[in-house]
Design a protein around this ligand. Structure first.
Ligand SMILES: Nc1nc2c(ncn2[C@@H]2O[C@H](COP(=O)(O)OP(=O)(O)OP(=O)(O)O)[C@@H](O)[C@H]2O)c(=O)[nH]1
Length: 271
């Protein structure tokens, strides 16, 4: 049997740590067990303790202080250090066989959209440590309501998908912050994807060349199947349950794999 690993990715402030906590809390409620692996060397305390914490290996502050690097350079240094000390991660993960591990990743998306360091770690987890992995990529709903921002967010998610080569789930977080009718209508386009609607939304711009570029990007995003997003409202267990069921599906988590009490059947309805 393999163990499941869920990489939680997305820009700073997208709601990654809150999502990790919501999943753990939901899983506990339904009698399942999961652990958070903190891969952010600059993380702050969250609701649930980290079972495994990169800061036990290396911390961003120490690197900045000792090597006189800036925050981004230090972060890359920390990940390269982790890459060179994978036996530490292997040892930490050793006790957690047949379990669900949620990897809270840093918000500096270049770690998985531009440079191959996180993808290399993911490959090690898959090939050497027998993990069934999936990536979740969070974008803030209030941010992507503007079509051009939606495309830039979708392209960053696509870049992570291509680099990581993992089953990939896009999530629009903080949908409870979408309150006015116009924004709710726009949000629906992203949750119930229809490429024609997506192309229509590029008509907002008056410059024909910009419009042509937007259409090309919209087609590219559509071709990669990147238009689909699942809605997340961290405090709403139904939305967390739906996302968890997608994660179970793509990682092929089997009921029989549960280490503790059997999972109760939950009603999962689309939002
Ligand atoms: N309204 C609302 N706020 C949320 C939701 N999810 C997260 N937040 C808030 O968004 C802020 C950022 O959330 P975090 O979970 O720290 O985001 P993060 O992606 O882990 O941030 P970094 O660690 O900086 O990358 C916090 O103030 C959360 O309370 C949500 O579903 N709804």
């Amino acid at each position: 049997m393999s163990r499941v690993g869920v990489l939680v990715l997305g820009p700073a402030g997208a709601g990654k740590s809150t999502f990790c906590n919501s999943i753990i809390s939901h899983m506990q409620t339904i009698g399942r067990r999961a652990h958070i692996v903190n891969l952010d060397p600059a993380a702050e305390a969250t609701q649930y303790e980290f079972t495994i914490d990169i800061r036990d290996l290396i911390s961003l502050d120490d690197v900045m202080e000792e090597l006189h690097l800036g925050p981004n350079g230090s972060l890359i240094y920390c990940f390269e250090y982790l890459m060179n000390n994978l036996d530490w991660l292997e040892e930490e993960l050793g006790d957690y066989n047949d379990e669900y591990l949620i990897f809270d990743c840093p918000g500096q998306i270049e770690l998985y959209t531009h440079i191959p360091v996180l993808p290399a770690i993911a490959r090690h987890l898959q090939t050497q440590l027998n993990f069934s992995l999936c990536a979740t990529y969070l974008l803030e709903a209030p941010f992507v309501i503007d079509s051009s921002k939606f495309f830039s967010g979708a392209l960053s998610a696509m870049s992570a998908m291509i680099l990581l080569e993992l089953p990939h789930i896009n999530i629009l977080s903080k949908i409870d912050q979408i309150k006015d009718d116009y924004s709710k209508k726009k949000l629906k386009r992203y949750l119930n994807p229809d490429p024609t609607l997506l192309l229509d939304s590029t008509n907002e711009t008056w410059n024909p060349r910009f419009q042509k570029l937007n259409k090309t990007i919209a087609n590219l995003v559509d071709d990669f199947g990147m238009v689909q997003f699942l809605p997340l409202e961290a405090k709403n267990p139904e939305s967390v349950a739906t996302i968890l069921s997608y994660i179970d599906d793509v990682t092929q988590w089997a009921e029989g794999q549960e280490p503790k009490e059997p999972k109760e059947q939950t009603e999962i309805e689309d939002m």
